[in-house]
Structures are given as structure tokens and as C-alpha cells.
Design a protein around this ligand. Structure first.
Ligand code: COA
Ligand code: ZN
Length: 307
């Protein structure tokens, strides 16, 4: 049987760093991204082109994007919330623009200070401009599995927003579980419904481990046929404008699990672990990663001595 390939997108430098209270020096960001570029990821989300008042931790986005060493095997993407962000991203020669809006009106308003329609109009304008260039467009739909302020989000709501973006010709759609509200059966059903309705779209799953369900949700997404996953080294991450948000699914935990299941991630687990071990020094605190603490499954220990 052919090994199934899954594509891992590293988001620690965006979803992770945006949520840290310290400003990670630009040189350190570049050094860690250059390291990650050699770990075998399909895609790296380098930074976001957001308002420096909203996300001060990523105010050096242009410099980071210009100075990283780009590996031709990696797609370099950036998160963009509005037209100004798209102009900044295009000036840096990104491979992909990852547009963002929330399927929850309340979260969109608090995160992006626009109504959903306001966001959509702006994002549609960006798509129209970028379509004639080689730059790919992905749309990340926040709160696709629930909103921390509004509660459950109906599957039809997610299908309707996906439909509107699919009609504009985006390459991919990422369904984001912004605050860890997703659960496995919901994940399987939603991805199966979206994949059945939009077979031409590249679908990505974006989970947070806020309630300990991220790996279970990843497994459910695999069952629904999803083969692209956002993940964050060390398990960093979180949206500063979503109450209760915490870390993404941890890259090394996901790679470790998928490889044991016979899926091919392309990511060098040891190299990713070495990079993850550098994170506490950059951010000033421990990271959630269980694999960094315990080591991979067959890390053997000496027999304890009898006393
Ligand atoms: N990049 C840099 N500056 C930007 C910008 C961008 N993409 N978008 C707006 N600005 C600047 C404007 O130039 C203006 O600057 P000024 O005060 O010096 O005149 C200021 O920000 C306010 O502009 P405005 O259009 O009124 O934006 P806003 O204050 O309503 O904020 C967003 C809207 C979308 C820019 C802001 O909420 C944002 O960046 N949110 C991102 C949140 C995020 O990344 N969350 C986590 C990821 S999901
Ligand atoms: Zn996220």
C-alpha cells in the first residue's frame, strides 16, 4: 500500500510568537525560521502583516520576510487581515497570502474590528488583485468549530463562507479551531461535508489544544481525508483577541503520532525537536510539548536500580 503523505505547515512563528508578551528579536526570529526551513515542512507561516498596534510582537514582518533564507521546497506564507496587509506582503515576495476572517461575527469584530461583510469585501478585493500573479491565496476561517463568545457555529455557516471564497477562486481553505472547541466527531463531519461539496479546494486543519483534544481532532481529520495540517513547534500559539485561547497542536507531537501511524510527514522529528528545545530561551518560559519532555516512544531508559 502506498504511504499516505501529509503536509505539515509550521505556524509557531506567527500563531506562536503573536501571543508572546516578549518581543523576540528580529535576528532570533530569522535564525529559527532558517532552521525550520531545513526540517522538511511543506509550508512555513513566517509572520503576519497586521497592525503593529494590534500585534506588536510581529511588527518586524517585512524585515523577517526579506532576510530569511528561502528553501525552494518550502511554501512561505503570511497571515493577512486587510488590504494594507496584502500590499505589505506582496512587497516582500511571499509565495502565498493566508487571508483571515472569522465565521463568528463577534470574534471577527473583536479580532479584526470589522463586520464579517466588511472583511469579506476587503478580502474579495485582495483576491481580485492577486489572482493575476503567481502568489497563491488561502483563506483561514477562524472559529469554524465554535466561538468563545457566541457558542456553537452551525456547519451551514462554515459551508456558506467556504462557498463564497471558493467562488472567488481561492486555492485553499483552512478551518480553524481558534480556541480548542472542536471535538473529533464534529471535526470528521465538518471536513467530510466541506470536502464533498468542494473537492477542488486544498483543505487544511488548524487545531488548538486548549481542551486537550487537538491530536484526537487531527486523527479525525485524517479519517475525513484531510492531508494538510497547521501545527506549532513546542505547542506555542493563541489569538490575543479570543478569550481563553492557548497553544496550537504541537508540531512534534503531531509528527510523532502521524509517523507511528505510517503517514509520511516529510518532517525530520529530531531536527524539529532540536529547534523546539531552543524556544524556551527565546520566549522565557517552558513550552507545552510532551515529546520534548518525554522523548519519542522508543526512547529507552535504564532499568532503575533496586534499593
Ligand atoms: N499593517 C500595518 N498597519 C496597518 C494595517 C496593516 N495590515 N492595517 C491597518 N494598519 C494601521 C493603519 O495604517 C492605521 O495606522 P495609524 O493609526 O498610524 O493611522 C491603524 O493601523 C488603524 O487602521 P484601521 O484600518 O483603522 O485598522 P483597525 O485599527 O480598525 O484594525 C486590523 C484593523 C485588521 C488592522 C487590526 O485589527 C489587526 O491587525 N488585527 C489582527 C489581529 C490578529 O492578527 N489576530 C491574531 C490572528 S487571527
Ligand atoms: Zn490559531
Amino acid at each position: 500500500m502506498e504511504t499516505k503523505k501529509v503536509y505539515i505547515h509550521e505556524v509557531a512563528c506567527r500563531d506562536g510568537f503573536q501571543n508572546e508578551s516578549v518581543f523576540i528579536p528580529t535576528d532570533d526570529k530569522i535564525a529559527i525560521i532558517d532552521r525550520l526551513s531545513e526540517c522538511g515542512y511543506a509550508k512555513i507561516e513566517v509572520t503576519s502583516f497586521t497592525s503593529p498596534k494590534a500585534i506588536p510582537a510581529l511588527r518586524d514582518a517585512e524585515e523577517v520576510m526579506h532576510r530569511i533564507k528561502r528553501n525552494p521546497d518550502v511554501v512561505y506564507t503570511v497571515l493577512v487581515p486587510n488590504l494594507r496587509g496584502a500590499e505589505r506582503a506582496l512587497s516582500c515576495g511571499v509565495d502565498e497570502i493566508n487571508l483571515v476572517m472569522s465565521v463568528s461575527q463577534t470574534h471577527n469584530q473583536s479580532n479584526l474590528r470589522m463586520t464579517r461583510e466588511g472583511s469579506f469585501d476587503q478580502l474579495a478585493g485582495i483576491i481580485a488583485e492577486v489572482k493575476s500573479t503567481p502568489v497563491a491565496i488561502n483563506i483561514s476561517l477562524s472559529c469554524s468549530f465554535g466561538c468563545p463568545m457566541e457558542g456553537d457555529v452551525a456547519q451551514d455557516e462554515v459551508l456558506a463562507w467556504t462557498d463564497r471564497f471558493a467562488s472567488l477562486g481561492v486555492r485553499g481553505v483552512t478551518l480553524c479551531d481558534t480556541t480548542g472547541m472542536a471535538y473529533p466527531t464534529q471535526v470528521r463531519d465538518l471536513f467530510a461535508a466541506v470536502a464533498a461539496r468542494f473537492p477542488e479546494l486544498e483543505l487544511t486543519a488548524h487545531f488548538h489544544n486548549t481542551r486537550g483534544m487537538a491530536l484526537a481532532n487531527a486523527n479525525a481529520a485524517i479519517e475525513a481525508g484531510v492531508n494538510r495540517f497547521d501545527a506549532s513547534l513546542g505547542g506555542l500559539g493563541g489569538c490575543p483577541y479570543a478569550p481563553g485561547a492557548s497553544g496550537n497542536v504541537c508540531t512534534e507531537e503531531m509528527v510523532h503520532m502521524f509517523e507511528l501511524m505510517g503517514l509520511e510527514t516529510g518532517v525530520d522529528l529530531q531536527a524539529a525537536l532540536q529547534a523546539s528545545a531552543l524556544l524556551p530561551g527565546l520566549i522565557g518560559h517552558d513550552v507545552p510539548s510532551q515529546i520534548l519532555k518525554a522523548g519519542p516512544r522508543l526512547t529507552l531508559h535504564p532499568v532503575p536500580e533496586l534499593s
